[in-house]
Design a protein around this ligand. Structure first.
Ligand SMILES: Nc1ncnc2c1ncn2[C@@H]1O[C@H](COP(=O)(O)OP(=O)(O)OP(=O)(O)O)[C@@H](O)[C@H]1O
Ligand SMILES: [Mg+2]
Length: 307
């Protein structure tokens, strides 16, 4: 359904994409996971014909992007990272505007807008101006706008960043429904939880390259490390974490816990406990777990996925 080969993008100074390639099958949910500046938005912008590539071959739904951009565009819906809506128009009028760009007959369009407003739980507020909406509600309308011409492929660029849990869960429900109905997804995120939850296959991006791609299982098997010691503390703060990081370079901080990468967790356990005690961290819980995308990223790049 989508084929990208040796895609490069050079901006004046920097090379944002250094030759990436991937294939996405019909109905597949493909994720691009990577930290800030990895090149996720550049990739999405090129695939949605907003940015011109410097080099590379792209085909979407059987059409060559260079030769036939209009045909490609008809098959895709794009949810950009930055919300694109008119603040002084109502949600309904915004959707009418975005839908009309795709030449959907107006009666059909109005019906679809109503369906979308119901799907995203905003039908009751359809006549209120977008400027009265919360960030999460705007996001929902932004996604609805991308679906009005019923594309078979959707690109979503970090659609859940900085929104309330209620909106996020609703968006997750819609995403799961669309995926189940057979839509093809290209989804960028720097949340490993989202990638693990939704993606059939994941491309791990860093610094303009896809450094590994495959199913979650395939990525796990690539990792040189297969165990992690997960420690919870009662007094973890930035200073103590930094102190820990100076002695241990293979650690990741997640919400309230620290994960130590290890090739033999049982053998390393006592060292980890002693080190934590030495710098005054008080342990409340210890667990030995497998790897996740965060630790795979760390073992591949030496960096944390999240800042
Ligand atoms: N218009 C531009 N001009 C110059 N450099 C750019 C431009 N757009 C992006 N870049 C650079 O290209 C690189 C990749 O940026 P991109 O926005 O694709 O990353 P990203 O993975 O989407 O990051 P984020 O998670 O912050 O959204 C960065 O180094 C960025 O500074
Ligand atoms: Mg981006």
């Amino acid at each position: 359904m989508i084929s990208v080969s040796n895609l490069r993008k050079k901006y004046d100074a920097a090379e944002a994409l250094k030759g990436i390639s991937f294939e996405i099958q019909k109905g597949e949910f493909f994720g691009l996971l990577g930290p800030n500046g990895a090149g996720k938005t550049t990739t999405i912008s090129i695939l949605s014909t907003i940015v011109e590539p410097s080099q590379g071959e792209i085909s979407i739904a059987g059409f060559d992007l260079k030769k036939n951009p209009t045909a490609c565009k008809k098959n895709i819906g794009v949810v950009p990272q930055e919300i694109a809506l008119y603040n002084d128009l109502s949600a309904f009028d915004n959707l009418l505007f975005w839908g009309s760009l795709y030449q959907v007959p107006v009666e059909v369009l109005k019906k679809r807008i109503d369906e979308m407003l119901h799907l995203f739980g905003l039908y009751e507020r359809r006549n209120e101006k977008i400027k009265t909406y919360s960030g999460g509600m705007k996001r929902r309308i932004n996604i609805a706008a991308a679906l009005l011409h019923q594309p078979q492929i959707i690109f979503m660029d970090e659609p859940t960043v900085g929104i309330d849990p209620q909106s996020r869960n609703l968006i997750y429900e819609v995403i799961a429904k669309l995926h189940q109905e057979g839509m093809t997804f290209v989804y960028t995120t720097h949340y490993m939880e989202e990638a693990e939850r939704f993606c059939d296959r994941i491309g791990i991006m860093d610094n303009g390259q896809i450094i590994a791609q495959g199913t979650l299982e395939e990525l796990k098997s690539l990792s040189k490390i297969d165990e992690t010691i997960v420690v919870s503390f009662s007094n973890l703060d930035d200073v103590l974490f930094q102190q820990l990081a100076t002695t241990h370079n293979s650690i990741v901080r997640e919400d309230g816990v620290v994960r130590f990468l290890s090739s033999d967790a049982k053998a390393d356990l006592s060292t980890v406990i002693l080190e934590c005690n030495r710098i005054g961290l008080s342990i409340t819980h210890i667990d030995i777990q497998g790897v996740n995308l965060e630790t795979i990223f760390l073992s591949l790049t030496g960096k944390q996925l999240r800042d």
